[in-house]
Design a binder for this molecule. Structure first.
Ligand code: IPE
Ligand code: IPE
Ligand code: MG
Length: 253
């Protein structure tokens, strides 16, 4: 059974979120505000990734998941898409040693079939090189979409258990969970979206069912360790009820 379903079992919660999931938004506006090309914002965004990985590691976060490229981002101008791909390649080439030194395990989730062979090879080797690390699991969601995830999980489940097609009532959350792209992680405790928009944009739609949602106007390239602290302080003030009443939380019997 999956350890992660907040709708099946009430997870233990702690002061520091175990799993933080972030929509890194606002790169383009950050650059436009400075009369720079949007791509300059993406380049500066990589610095923010470094800062936030380090800050989360120091604060004892176990899983950090960053939305880097959505299944809808292919709709952007070809030039911007190609810069984002090159940036992804360059970052993978340059950052793996640092990740290993920090005890970070890297995983990449999404429909990777859309990427070229070089990028896929780099992803695979970066995952392999960091596989022994255990301080923090950093997941990059690339060509990821929450709806894609639910659909691919359902297809994978039915491929593994074709008999279930004739008994759909046998398909429950526990059956589907192991096939989701992030089945190795508990559901996110804290979701952060920078850049001022208050929407999910097809991120982890299944896994965010009981996640605390935090929105900040700060553009991603400006996001720093003290913004992480602010979000965590806000998180500590939440009462995570998972369907129960406040009174039940105060005196669990
Ligand atoms: C997020 O910043 C990065 C990606 C989606 C790749 P944006 O590029 O969406 O920046 P804004 O929202 O246009 O400012
Ligand atoms: C969401 O940001 C995707 C990533 C940050 C990778 P977008 O900027 O693409 O989202 P929308 O289009 O404004 O909802
Ligand atoms: Mg955006």
């Amino acid at each position: 059974m999956s350890p992660s379903s907040s709708t099946r079992t009430i997870p233990a919660t702690s002061q520091t979120p175990r799993h933080v999931a972030i929509i890194m938004d606002g790169n383009g506006r950050w650059a436009t505000q400075r009369h720079l090309p949007r791509t300059a914002g993406h380049i500066r965004g990589v610095h923010a990734v470094r800062r936030v990985v380090e800050a989360c590691g120091r604060r004892g976060v176990e899983y950090l998941t960053l939305f880097a490229f959505s299944s809808e981002n292919w709709r952007r101008p070809a030039q911007e898409v190609s810069l984002l791909m090159r940036l992804f390649v360059r970052t993978l080439e340059r950052e793996v040693d640092r990740l290993v030194a920090q005890g970070v395990r890297l995983r990449v989730v999404g429909d990777l079939g859309a990427f070229d062979d070089k990028l896929r090879g780099l992803i695979k080797s970066a995952e392999e090189r960091t596989a022994g690390q255990s301080a923090l699991t950093l997941t990059i969601a690339a060509n990821y979409g929450g709806r894609w995830d639910v659909l691919q999980a359902m297809r994978a489940l039915l491929t593994a258990h074709p008999e279930l097609a004739a008994q759909p009532e046998q398909i429950d959350e526990n059956a589907l969970d192991p096939w989701l792209a992030m089945s190795y992680a508990p559901e996110p405790d804290l979701f952060i979206r920078t850049g001022g928009e208050q929407r999910i944009s097809n991120f982890l739609i299944w896994q965010l069912a009981y996640t605390e949602l935090y929105f900040t106007d700060r553009y991603w390239p400006d996001f720093r360790a003290d913004d992480v602290d602010q979000a965590f302080a806000w998180y500590r003030g939440r009462e995570r009820r998972f369907g129960r009443t406040s009174a039940q939380l105060a005196s669990p019997t």
